[in-house]
Ligand binder design. Structure first.
Ligand code: DGL
Length: 283
């Protein structure tokens, strides 16, 4: 069948790109919900409803597995859809389907621990030795998923989130790199003022930000390691498909790109990142 990749817009292409490299023969359908992007300022209920509609569209296209290549959708909607909707939907359509996210793989990469591993609570307060910064949309920051889940696993890591309300839209609409660099520098400074120092490592907790990862790298102290979501997600999908042979990623290297927004090409920033012109069909 095929692997579906979903994002509110073009950010998920950063994950998609790595998945295509990792699974060169698999069939992929990418869906960008650009008519409703950005998701980061929306309510939880809206994000759940839009994510569910995107998954239905991709399952209708024949996808078996949908990867939510969007932190906002994964942190706000994934668990609710997996627990409250997918089991009934599977019975309704009479075939196995599933939705995976990118937050769990990122936390595994950030902690160096498998998801199942939770630290034993200790009586004494653990000393926080490392500071991890997370740049994300406001909805992802509000969910506190990175703080909560990393704290369960690594009590020696202190997590601080910096919401960047305008950044995904700027990337989506092809803003100039100078303007993006200024906004990114202001968020890096804001995080530094709040913590009192720069983070030791950082998560770009919005898939759009990977398109401008070099600007984050330039704004952070030289050599600050960035935890890469595309790599972490490709590793996790590979392990998942090995464990679940009932899901077929296809083998004819089909690549389709759908959008709920305006079909056709994408902005220059995105095509530069992708390394080729992209043409989207109407969803
Ligand atoms: N790229 C998505 C994320 O990772 C969504 C950005 C948005 O729509 O606000 O959060």
């Amino acid at each position: 069948m095929a692997i579906g990749v979903f994002d509110s817009g073009v950010g998920g292409l950063t994950v998609h790109h790595r998945l295509v490299e990792r699974f060169p023969r698999a069939d992929f359908v990418y869906l960008a919900d650009q008519a409703n992007a950005p998701y980061g300022g929306r309510s939880g209920e809206e994000i759940v409803a839009l994510t569910k509609a995107g998954c239905v569209r991709l399952f209708d296209e024949g996808c078996d597995v949908v990867v939510l290549a969007c932190n906002t959708a994964a942190s706000v909607a994934l668990r609710r859809l997996q627990q409250g909707w997918v089991p009934g939907y599977r019975r309704e359509i009479g075939r196995p389907v599933n939705i995976l996210g990118i937050v769990v793989p990122t936390i595994e990469a950030a902690t160096g621990l498998p998801w199942e591993h939770e630290a034993q609570w200790r009586e004494e307060k653990a000393e926080k030795l490392e500071v991890l910064g997370v740049f994300s949309t406001p909805a992802t920051a509000r969910s506190r998923v990175y703080e909560i889940e990393i704290d369960k696993r690594r009590q020696d890591v202190a997590v601080f989130s910096e919401p960047c309300p305008e950044l995904a839209r700027m990337i989506e609409t092809g803003a100039a790199r100078e303007a993006l660099a200024a906004v990114i520098a202001s968020h890096v400074q804001a995080l530094k003022s709040r913590i009192g120092r720069h983070p030791d490592r950082a998560i770009l907790g919005c898939t759009h930000y990977e398109i401008v990862a070099d600007l984050f790298q330039a704004a952070l102290p030289a050599g600050t390691p960035l935890i890469r979501q595309p790599d972490a997600t490709a590793d996790a999908l590979s392990r998942y498909l090995e464990r679940h042979p009932e899901f077929h990623p296809g083998h004819t290297a089909v690549r389709r790109f759908l959008t709920t927004g305006t079909p056709g090409g994408q902005n220059k920033l995105v095509e530069t990142f992708w390394g080729a012109a992209l043409s989207f069909e109407p969803a």
